[in-house]
Ligand binder design. Structure first.
Ligand SMILES: Nc1ncnc2c1ncn2[C@@H]1O[C@H](COP(=O)(O)OP(=O)(O)OP(=O)(O)O)[C@@H](O)[C@H]1O
Ligand SMILES: [Mg+2]
Length: 591
């Protein structure tokens, strides 16, 4: 349907005029056409090709108040029903402007139907569905940004729900495709996203032992990962961890350890002995009886309160005697699990460090940290030799971290993601990638904030995810991150995401950050970010021909995440509950 003509073309700046004022809807040959308006699409022919333009502005002609002038942006062209982006064809002055047909829309927005995620509708043409191509979005890194309450969790839920529907439909094995969601605020339990029977929810807590724990093979952790777990300082504490790991390589040799301990006693290595006596009492027996005399470096008192003085050669025979009595009683019990052995070897390394006359002041905190971590780890992990990638038979695993302490909250996503990355990296890729893992982090600013320190948990967390964003694609590992503060997330991460769903953003820094890191959006789209309503967003990136404005479908109540706005009055409002009514204080009656 012809509605006007092109009046000027200066490079990509194109103007046109309407022949007449048009109503919002028109019917021609029993087809319904939507009237043109800002952000909608029109086309103009160049030979057999249709050039697609988006209406970006409208104004009234200075000369004729009834004449409407249009500003148009060229987006691409449709040739033989296929849309391609770019400026290969530009409109011609005088060419007719035509309304978009249903087929034109299809060539822009719809690919193979069964492989689409139907996530919502065109913001400006609400009758048009927006469906996105599974292949161009799911195997990519995705960012969902927007202020609090702008609809990120709903968008994330909708995308995952649509994806899982396809997986369910095609009965894809969890080994082939699994999504792992780190749920920092326990929003995605119960039936959120998909019904409980279709997913694995692991609700971690550090308050008591978690009911379901994550199987972990600690021996797969690298030296660096262990260093991070223990917040070890590079200069003094890291070497202790390295020594502990070296010691772990061989069989556990109790005899050799007992001999070293005896040597330390005879040589009055008080700090060394006190360290293992206090910290390894579960594994080393028989040290309780020894005391060292202050101010005298070459003597100790044994159980029978006999002072044994090594300076006095006369006592040599007596020492032999003591060896039979007290030194001979020292026993070392072999630790059973990997974590217990590591605890033993780490403290034993501190002991060895002390026997070389080193000051323990800077090393001792490592032991305290180790003990606390082990306590926490035992609450959330259980030692298992299974690969982390076989965490569950379900296609989606939700790891809830709302009830764990801050350090564990920061640690768990990076440790698990790193193990998944490592295990996917070991897959044989000679026949192409055969498995996919999507790692999802809602409220990602909490764990992807660049750290000021160079070797702490936060900086390692960021490093792990930076590695995944750079190399994950090659191994089938993809990130979906959602955040209300994109400017707080490492730029390496935000700038390398492939696809973006950007909801309302008002903070200038966040908008600037998006402008700087998202290369797919122009100034006009950036300007619109601050006026979007809940659930409205701009979708942009490698999976889309051009940025699209969408209103995401709201998820069914049964499957919605636990993130509803607080309602005070009306149906289900918290002020409407009976319990919320004040209990009237009875007047004080002393009798
Ligand atoms: N597509 C939508 N259409 C209509 N309402 C929506 C849509 N998406 C979200 N909402 C409403 O907005 C509220 C907040 O949505 P949501 O929890 O998804 O926001 P959020 O961006 O994740 O917020 P936060 O950063 O605080 O987690 C919800 O109560 C929901 O009802
Ligand atoms: Mg949310």
């Amino acid at each position: 349907m012809i509605i006007g003509e092109i009046t000027s073309v200066y490079g990509i700046r194109v103007k046109g005029r309407f022949y007449e004022k048009l109503p919002p809807y028109m019917v021609k040959n029993s087809n319904v056409f939507l009237g043109p308006k800002i952000n909608s699409y029109v086309k103009t022919n160049v030979g057999l090709v249709s050039v697609v333009c988006q209406i970006t502005g409208e104004e009234v002609s200075v000369n004729d108040k009834n004449q409407k002038i249009l500003e148009l942006n060229v987006i691409g062209s449709i040739e033989k029903g296929l849309f391609s982006q770019g400026l290969r064809y530009l409109p011609l002055v005088g060419a007719k402007i035509r309304l978009f047909t249903e087929d034109d829309y299809k060539s822009l927005f719809v690919s193979n139907d069964s492989m689409n995620l139907n996530i919502g509708n065109d913001l400006f043409e609400p009758t048009r569905k927006i469906s996105i191509d599974l292949n161009s979005v799911i195997p990519t890194h995705i960012g969902i940004f927007g202020n609090t309450g702008s609809g990120k969790s709903n968008t994330l839920t909708k995308i995952l729900q649509e994806y899982l529907n396809i997986i369910e439909d095609k009965r894809i094995n969890s080994k082939i495709a699994q999504t792992l969601l780190f749920d920092l605020n326990n929003e995605y339990g119960d039936n959120a996203i998909t019904n409980l029977q279709n997913k694995e929810v692991i609700k971690l807590t550090t308050q008591t032992q978690s009911k379901k724990r994550i199987p972990i093979d600690y021996s797969k952790l690298s030296e660096d990962q262990l260093g991070v777990l223990l917040n070890a300082t590079k200069k003094t504490q890291m070497p202790i961890i390295k020594r502990a790991l070296r010691n772990m390589k061989g069989e556990f040799d109790s005899e050799q350890k007992i001999n070293s301990i005896r040597w330390a006693i005879i040589n009055c290595q008080k700090n060394a002995i006190y360290t293992i006596r206090n910290e390894l009492y579960k594994y080393i027996m028989g040290l309780e009886d020894f005391q060292f005399i202050s101010g005298r470096s070459n003597s100790f008192i044994d159980k029978s309160n006999t002072t044994v003085d090594f300076d006095n050669k006369k006592h040599f025979d007596f020492i032999n005697d003591i060896e039979h009595q007290s030194l001979e009683k020292i026993k070392v019990i072999e630790p059973k699990t990997w974590l217990e052995r590591f605890e033993f070897e780490l403290i034993y390394s501190v002991f060895q460090y002390a026997t070389h006359g080193n000051n323990l002041e800077f090393v001792k905190p490592l032991i305290t940290r180790l003990k606390n971590r082990i306590k926490d780890f035992n609450k959330i992990f259980n030692e298992s030799e299974n690969e982390i990638t076989s965490l569950s038979q379900k296609n989606i695993v939700v790891i809830q971290l709302g009830q764990v302490n801050q350090e564990i909250r920061e640690l768990v996503p990076s440790i698990i993601s790193d193990l998944i990355f490592d295990s996917m990296r070991k897959n044989d890729r000679s026949k192409g990638i055969k498995q996919i893992r999507n790692i999802v982090i809602d409220e990602a600013h909490n764990i992807l904030k660049p750290s000021k320190e160079s070797n702490d948990i936060a900086s390692n967390s960021v490093e792990v995810f930076e590695k995944i964003i750079k190399e994950g694609r090659k191994y089938g590992v993809f990130l979906i991150i959602s955040s209300q503060r994109p400017s707080d997330i490492s730029e390496t991460i935000t700038s390398q995401l492939h696809n973006y769903f950007i909801h309302k953003l008002v903070n200038k820094n966040d908008i600037k950050h998006i402008e700087k890191t998202v290369s797919f959006m122009d100034k006009r789209q950036i300007d619109m970010l601050s006026v979007l309503g809940p659930g409205e967003c701009i979708i942009s990136g490698t999976g889309f021909i051009f940025p699209m404005f969408a209103k995401i479908k709201i998820v069914d109540e049964v499957n919605e995440p636990l993130s509803r706005n607080v309602k005070l009055l009306g149906d289900e409002g918290i002020f409407s509950n009976k319990e919320s009514k004040k209990i009237e204080n009875k007047a004080f009656d002393p009798f």
